[in-house]
Design a protein around this ligand. Structure first.
Ligand code: ACO
Length: 335
């Protein structure tokens, strides 16, 4: 059986209304707007209101998709939600979103790969399209990082924001050559000690002690993560370009995970990309974990930076360690 090709046919996003800008953080921890801008590239981030969860952001992103494209929730076969901040351990955030958007005919699951979650979920989702098992698959990248951030720790609280974004995967029609061309996804569990949330799971179930020790917040050793992020993102980006006989010059847009502007710039420089080839929106949203890449794609689409036929390179690195690259040819013009 010939494999079908998978393409993105619709996209939507949601960012919470409340903005937490650097000057407000200056009042919360010992930091400065200048340090945050120059060391991370972040100027402001969006933060949920109390009671607003990852599934709510996901459902709002789907609503945005419905407003932009003609998508019927009843046609959806499968929902995959990339997140490290699910509403709760179970039921899955996928199940909660399925109910709130009325996708009654879909099954689904959550996928945990931290900042590489969206890439992992795309690779998982495309298997179901390529085998012909499913026709319409929703891939969410959604994280409420503010729910696991310690706003008394200046090392981490300046880095993260909340957002959700969603893409619809379908098979390409007829002779259309758009779609996902190639993917590389990698993992090295030896990196677990640098980036984790220790409390709340089966290893350290919640107790007063785990709360007192702040084990329900994200912990990160920034320097080693920074080094691995640059080298692994560049490694897979280079490999995927080379094995498809492409160079950086063939790419219309590089959409890297938005963790730090210095990581993005180092990758862009090693890949010899021009400024206009690189998506940067970390200034407005900070690191929204699984949401950064689809958020970058939809903003690029809205800013008319991508059109049908353009080649796009997605690259991410995150907790696990997990990392990877996806190469795709964009399938439609918007607006
Ligand atoms: N304001 C002022 N000073 C600060 C702040 C702050 N907000 N944060 C740290 N500092 C200080 C540190 O205390 C340290 O001071 P010291 O030298 O007196 O000890 C100094 O600044 C330098 O600290 P570093 O950690 O070396 O700073 P660095 O330049 O490495 O930047 C950062 C830290 C931004 C965290 C960076 O290392 C980074 O971006 N790392 C990678 C993040 C990443 O890619 N994560 C992966 C995805 S996340 C996920 O998967 C969930």
């Amino acid at each position: 059986m010939n494999k079908l090709r998978t393409t993105i046919t619709a996209i939507g996003k949601y960012t919470p209304k409340r903005i937490l800008a650097n000057p407000e953080l200056e009042k919360m921890v010992d930091t400065t707007d200048e340090w945050i801008r120059t060391r991370t590239g972040v100027i402001e981030r969006h933060i949920v209101e109390k009671g607003e969860a990852t599934s709510d952001m996901g459902a709002a992103a789907f609503e945005d998709m419905k407003n932009r494209f003609s998508v019927d929730p009843l046609d959806i076969d499968l929902i995959i939600v990339a997140t490290v901040t699910p509403d709760m351990f179970f039921p899955s955030t996928a199940a909660i979103i399925q109910h709130s958007i009325g996708a009654k005919n879909a099954w689904g699951f959550d996928l945990s790969a931290a900042c590489s979650g969206f890439l992992y979920a795309l690779v998982a989702g495309l298997q179901f399209i390529e085998t012909g098992q499913h026709q319409k698959v929703l891939i969410f990248g959604a994280d409420t990082m503010s729910s696991i951030t310690d706003y008394t720790d200046r090392n981490t609280c300046v880095l993260f924001g909340d957002a959700a974004s969603v893409v619809l995967l379908e098979s390409t029609k007829g002779n259309d050559d758009s779609g996902i061309i190639d993917s590389i996804v990698k993992m090295d569990g030896a990196g677990q000690k640098y980036l984790y949330m220790a409390g709340g799971g089966s290893k350290n179930p919640p107790t007063h002690e785990t709360i007192d020790k702040k084990m329900h917040y994200l912990y990160q050793e920034g320097r080693p993560v920074f080094k691995f992020a640059v080298s692994k993102m560049v490694e897979t980006a280079t490999e995927i370009l080379e094995r498809n006989s492409l160079t950086g010059q063939d790419i219309t847009l590089f959409v890297p995970h938005q963790a730090n502007i210095r990581i993005i710039n180092a990758c862009a420089s090693k890949l010899k990309l021009k400024d206009e080839q690189v998506m940067r929106n970390i200034d407005k949203y900070a690191n929204t974990t699984a949401a950064t890449i689809p958020l970058g794609l939809i903003e690029a689409m809205d800013e008319k930076r991508i059109k049908k036929g353009d080649i796009i390179l997605l690259t991410a690195f995150g907790g696990g360690f997990t990392w990877g690259s996806i190469l795709l040819r964009w399938g439609f013009n918007y607006g």
